[in-house]
Design a protein around this ligand. Structure first.
Ligand SMILES: [Zn+2]
Length: 323
């Protein structure tokens, strides 16, 4: 099925420029959930009109973006949106619950050194570069995802990759102001450096820190309005020190959302034994307000970039290792 339109005026028939349903995508197969979020956008000019999704009237954000939680059943589901004289259908499938698979056994742990091209006998350390002069530092900034890998989807249909790049570019500009060299793992939306190619490059180029920039979304059946927060992650103790130092400044005062702090989590880009690495989840973007802030609020991106810089300096100049 594809959307159709019963508007009288041809102009309002144009479901282009990010207008439509971004999630679930047409014919998508969702896991065995009992409800899902539906995100998308109607023309901003129609934002004051009542929007009905699966028979329930919903708020429309000023950009035209909307979110609704709708109940679903295993099998084929069709959801209808109506506003004014417009109608939009979306058909997708939901899997039936299947018995849990037996846990995989004997899976050897990944060899991080092999993944990153670090010779087995080479001594490496991800300790912070204590005493190194600012002008001698290089920080690798990694805009998450890219190319075919869009990352999380936003109501107007753009992917996380786009806002990750915007935020990473703001961080790059902020570090440059203070004479700190940066290297970007990608500089366009179309590139997709492979996951392990990023920390591999951080090791090969002997950078002093690695900061991966991401935005978050919820699983289909979780309402992002209930869990929206900012957080940082790391996969080594030294990486965690960097994540903590940064995340203390990327709080509600700059992002406008709750700060969940920094914690350990196993991420491919953060398991680098040669470079202190962390991953920032700036905000949730599978809701209208999160999309608007990440995509349209350049001031907020600058504030976040400044907070990342201050946190980085805090980490660099902390009195003891391990703080
Ligand atoms: Zn991501």
């Amino acid at each position: 099925m594809r959307f159709f339109c019963i508007a009288l005026a041809a102009a309002s028939c144009a479901f282009a420029d990010g207008v439509g349903i971004a999630f679930p995508q047409e014919n998508a197969l969702l896991p065995a959930v009992k409800r899902t979020y539906v995100i998308g956008a109607i023309p901003a000019a129609d934002a004051t009109q009542p929007l009905t999704i699966a028979g329930v009237t919903n708020d429309v954000y000023k950009t035209g973006a909307f979110i609704a939680m709708v109940p679903v059943e295993g099998g084929t589901n069709t959801i209808t949106l109506t506003w004014g004289t417009n109608t939009l259908d979306r058909t997708f499938r939901v899997a039936f619950p299947s018995p849990p698979k037996p846990a995989a056994t004997n899976t050897p742990p990944r060899d991080v050194r092999k993944d990153l091209g670090i010779p087995p006998d080479e001594e490496v350390s991800d300790a912070r570069p204590k005493g190194k002069r600012i002008e001698d530092l290089t920080v690798m900034i990694d805009p998450g995802h890219g190319g075919q890998d869009t990352g999380a989807l936003m109501p107007h249909g753009a992917g996380e990759k786009t806002v990750n790049l915007l935020q990473a570019q703001a961080i790059e500009a902020e570090f440059a102001k203070y004479g700190i060299k940066t290297v970007m793992t990608r500089t366009t939306d179309d590139e997709f450096p492979a996951l392990y190619a990023r920390p591999r490059r951080a090791y090969a180029e002997k950078v002093d820190a690695f900061i991966s920039v991401h935005h978050n979304s919820t699983a289909a059946d979780r309402d992002p309005r209930e869990v929206r927060h900012t957080a940082a992650y790391a996969s080594t103790p030294n990486g965690l020190a960097l994540a903590k130092a940064i995340q203390q400044y990327v709080g509600p005062q700059v992002t406008g959302v709750k700060n969940a702090g920094a914690q350990m989590r196993s991420y491919a880009v953060c398991r680098n034994p040669a470079v202190a690495s962390c991953l920032l989840e700036i905000d949730f973007i599978n809701l209208p307000e999160g999309e608007d802030a990440a995509l349209n609020d350049a001031d907020r991106r600058s504030r976040i970039a400044h907070a990342v810089l201050i946190g980085f300096l805090d980490w660099l100049f902390a009195p003891d290792d391990g703080t």
